[in-house]
Design a protein around this ligand. Structure first.
Ligand code: 5AD
Ligand code: SF4
Length: 441
């Protein structure tokens, strides 16, 4: 029999994150909460006393992946029975009723508003699962400074939850009502990050431009973050087109630190489908907004989210989506097959488009976007851009990588005089749909 004789050391936590940037930021906060409570962290699940998965519920596929991973990790539990397995985040909230049936090996289930109580939940009696999925309209975790990773870029959560209730989307149900982080807490975090050498701040929220704290809206928040010394670049994600006010556009246009890149989810190019989705704008209004943005912000890059095969999407609606993509000429896009989600407004409507047809439509939007991205990137050949250096390129070969102001990935030859965190001017020599091969003139 193997006796574990390391009772004195701090219990080790292994945390794996799925889904969006909000989840990555939440994981950094969970890490800070657990460290404060005396836990140590590890990047090796085999070594861990506690294994946590921070999960996503946005599409069925995301949930299936986590359930698969959970059954793998359950085997590690067999090897060390006192090891605890916990599931955090959106999937915990979404599946609160069925989760323990689907994954009986779970010890802890905690939703996005329960992280403060994680140390107590983890201290619960072994073998007796603890579940905490209470949503809390007021929770912003504004007093907790996340355990940021060391990088030139840091993500700062400025608002949580969503009040838009788009018909397809589970977010308002799993992350609860919209609430903004108090302004002083945001500025304190940004200042702290600037002191430790972070160059770029990405402000995060499910509908980030709905930010409001007393009289301060999102445009003013951008200006106040831009006033922090040491920070050289500011981005934000994801804005909702309906909250893209003149004030926000003006701040983007006037503040040099706010980068000329916007992720502006459109979801569909058909007015009929947009209305059914409850998105709150027409294609005409969206295109007008794009025009206003482009005339206010020179060299603006735009990306978007597209869903194909939503309930009732006919061939003509799909054609309208392709048409809108061409008209805007997006720099990049995230494209998804519609996934029916329990609790959402569209749930009871079900699917009208077969999976095969969704796959065909998805392949078509992806192919179109590849050609649009390539065309837009090729148009940059010969031009120069300041690139914030992130580190060695993954493909090696003596190349380094960083982002242009438009959030495009630029590769350029390493040299002893170029360090991580520097901003270097590069000239674009050639382009693919996903990256820019550059020289340092
Ligand atoms: N099915 C497919 N895609 C979805 N998204 C949100 N809900 C669903 C769903 N049920 C997409 C939207 C959103 C992005 C984060 O995920 O495009 O903008
Ligand atoms: Fe979901 Fe719509 Fe809210 Fe975005 S705005 S998180 S798509 S409900």
């Amino acid at each position: 029999m193997i006796v574990e004789n390391n009772a004195c050391r701090a219990p080790r936590v292994y945390l794996e994150t799925y889904g969006c940037q909000m989840n990555i930021a939440d994981s950094q906060m969970v890490t800070a909460i657990l460290q404060q409570a005396g836990y140590a962290t590890t990047s090796d699940a085999n070594e861990a006393d506690i294994i946590l998965l921070n999960t996503c519920a946005i599409r069925e596929h995301a949930e299936d992946r986590v359930l698969g991973r959970l059954s793998d990790l359950a085997r590690l539990k067999d090897a060390r029975p006192r090891r605890k397995l916990g599931l955090l985040g959106c999937m915990a909230q979404h599946n609160r009723a069925s989760l323990l049936k689907k994954a009986p090996w779970l010890d802890v289930v905690a939703g996005p508003d329960s992280y403060r109580r994680l140390p107590e939940l983890l201290a619960g009696v072994a073998g007796d699962p603890t579940v905490d999925v209470r949503l809390d309209r007021a929770e912003t975790y504004s007093d907790i400074s996340p355990a940021y990773d060391s990088g030139v870029r840091a993500y700062v959560t400025v608002m949580r939850g969503c009040d838009k209730f788009c018909a397809f989307c589970v977010v308002p149900y799993v992350r609860g009502r919209e609430r903004s982080v108090p302004l002083p807490a945001i500025l304190r975090e940004v200042e702290r990050l600037a002191e430790r050498g972070t160059k770029e701040i990405v402000l995060l929220g499910q509908t980030v431009n709905a930010y409001r704290y007393n009289q301060v809206g999102f445009g003013q928040l951008l200006r106040m973050v831009a006033a922090v010394d040491g920070i050289t670049r500011i981005r934000f994600t994801s804005p909702h087109p309906s909250d893209m006010t003149a004030d926000v556009i003006e701040a983007m246009a006037q503040e040099p630190k706010v980068q000329p890149y916007l992720h502006l989810p459109v979801q569909s190019g058909s007015d009929r489908i947009l209305a059914a989705m409850g998105r709150g704008y027409t294609t005409e209004a969206y295109l007008r907004l794009v025009e206003r943005l482009r005339s206010a912000i020179p060299n603006l890059a735009l990306s978007t989210d597209i869903i194909v095969g939503f309930h009732g999407e006919e061939e003509s609606d799909f054609a309208a989506t392709l048409d809108l993509m061409r008209r805007v000429g997006y720099d990049s896009a995230f494209m998804f097959k519609y996934s029916v989600r329990e609790h959402t407004r569209a749930f009871k409507l079900g699917d009208t488009v077969s999976n095969e047809e969704k796959s065909r439509r998805l392949a078509e939007v992806i192919a179109l976007q590849e050609s649009l991205s390539l065309e837009r990137n090729r148009a940059l050949i010969g031009r120069e851009f300041p690139v914030l250096v992130e580190g060695p390129a993954r493909r090696g070969g003596g190349m380094m990588v960083g982002k242009t102001p438009q959030f495009k990935t630029a590769l350029f030859p390493a040299s002893p005089s170029i360090n991580i965190g520097d901003t270097v001017n590069v000239r674009i020599a050639s382009a693919t749909a996903h990256s820019l091969l550059s020289t340092v003139p």
